[in-house]
Design a protein around this ligand. Sequence first.
Ligand code: ACK
Length: 222
Amino acid sequence: VPLEEMSLPLFFGWFLLPGIQDKVRCTSMDFLKTLDTLEAFKKHLPDFTVEAEKEVDLEQYFQANGALHCTTKFCDYGKAEGAKEYADKPAVKELYGSAFELSLSALFVTPRTVGARVSLSEDQLTLWPADAEKEAVPLVPAAATLPAGSRAHITLGCAEGVEPQQTGFDLLEILALQQEGQEGELVEEMELGSLAYYGKGRWLLSLREPVSAQACFSSLYG
Ligand code: ACK
């Protein structure tokens, strides 16, 4: 990348502080460890993997990648649509480098990704790009009618060959089903919260106690 194109980052987002990253990773690992032992998970395994396996080790199935963060705007060093406009927003300039408390309200698993849903506060929504949900419409048509911030997530792992941006699409799919009135099939009350199944290998654990995660609003040049 030529230097003159380096003025905008790969992406802006909230970066979790190191201590809370460890906690979130542990919570995610515990969830995966429990999920793949549940009878309900085994029953729906054919929805999860195309291979004729009897078992899947979810901790091996998903690969973790890099520092935990919640992307606000993917800029691609300025090549992404709206990148410059986002970087120039007054809220982005004012709040750059500030500390925030993110609320992680759910964990979800699909055959492609594992992630955490981030429920943004009014203040945090001032940093959310207006078109984040609309950008997903080609893949998730119902995203057009979901509230701003619905796509906010932390990618915790991706299956082999899956790009991390898939995590946000997977979350939007589940939220779209909820909006249509499908509450999912309540599978189990777990220690962490209630686990529901949404078909096609999609699982959502609504956390009893949302995890509060300290994070810094910043950017990554990568
Ligand atoms: O897990 P994520 O939110 O998904 O964090 C990474 C980060 O940017 C660096 O790759 C996200 N990302 C990648 N491409 C896009 C895109 N086209 N739109 C939105 N987010 C993206 C990816």
